[in-house]
Design a protein. Structure first.
Length: 304
């Protein structure tokens, strides 16, 4: 079944490129421009830095110190402090990438990594404030309520699912070791960062074309078409929704739902980031869907 779906998708891509070459080139160029102007300069340095922090041992002592007060509020081990913070500040898909790297490095249990990935892998505040609120909606002043609408649901779901759990990390029981930095670790970090960004670029281009294909479907209902494109790829979906004659009370909850879910493109990127750690994707999808429904409901309540 899965092979047949992949085969149909591949044939659909090929036919679209052959019959709509101009549209496919425009969609690919849009995806590459997004990758070059937004993701490459922001995520590449942080991806390299996070690798160095994890594998050079620089993070261990700081994580222990921050974890002492945090463990009484949030069910997370000392190793989980970094992906939790970085996932909220620097955004998708760094939360999933860092969590998987900590599990692979033996600094976090697989169970905690799988659960924490669902909470810390969200769209960055910078993308939300600049693109979603300013460019698409024209309401940059809504930053604070929007952050609450988008970030509170996944964190609340994580706390409810794990309130009685006590995750432990090898960092908490291991004897403190001095940080070690050398050119071998730096070289590995640079290659890891470029490999990560190259994968993201490929997925963005593929799903930008897929979103453009969805835009050409003969669907007359504007809301249905906005949802189809937005849940395929968030950037194209948000831009397409902003161009429609929708009122703010309709557009805002819709864009919050797209952003909370992250699109099928986001699921594919996350799957790529966590495959070596062996995280199953189904629990992640369930949490994302529940968080999407909650964010949509909160946004609709807020604008009403």
């Amino acid at each position: 079944m899965k092979k047949s779906v992949y085969a149909v998708t591949a044939v659909g891509f090929l036919l679209y490129i052959l019959f709509f070459p101009q549209e496919s080139v425009q969609a690919a160029a849009l995806g590459l421009r997004l990758w070059q102007e937004n993701l490459l300069p922001t995520l590449l340095p942080f991806s390299i830095l996070s690798y160095l922090l994890i594998h050079a041992g620089i993070l261990d002592g700081l994580a222990r110190a921050v974890h002492r007060p945090l463990k009484h509020i949030f069910p997370v081990s000392s190793a989980g402090v970094f992906p939790l913070t970085a996932g909220l500040l620097f955004g998708f898909p760094m939360g999933s990438k860092i969590t998987a790297e900590l599990v692979e490095a033996g600094k976090m249990s697989r169970e905690e990594g799988q659960r924490l990935c669902c909470a810390c892998n969200n769209i960055s505040p910078m993308f939300i404030s600049s693109f979603i609120l300013k460019d698409c909606l024209g309401h940059p002043e809504l930053r604070l309520p929007t952050y609450l609408i988008l970030y509170a649901p996944p964190l609340a779901i994580y706390m409810l699912q794990n309130w009685n759990r006590r995750f432990s990390s090898p960092l908490e029981s291991a004897q403190k070791k001095p940080a070690s930095m050398n050119f071998q670790i730096i070289d590995a970090g640079i290659m890891n960062g470029f490999e990560t960004l190259a994968k993201l670029g490929g997925y963005i281009v593929m799903f930008a074309i897929l979103a453009q294909m969805a835009a050409l479907l003969p669907i007359e209902a504007p809301l249905a078409k906005c949802m189809l494109i937005g849940f395929t790829e968030i950037t194209n979906g948000a831009a397409y929704t902003a161009r429609q004659a929708l009122g703010f009370q309709e557009a805002y909850p819709l864009l919050m739902a797209f952003t909370a879910f992250g699109g099928l493109s986001g699921l594919a990127q996350t799957s790529s980031m966590v495959k070596n750690a062996g995280f199953p994707l189904l629990p992640y999808i369930k949490v994302k869907l529940l968080a999407t429904l909650l964010s949509f409901a909160l946004a609709a309540l807020y604008v009403s």
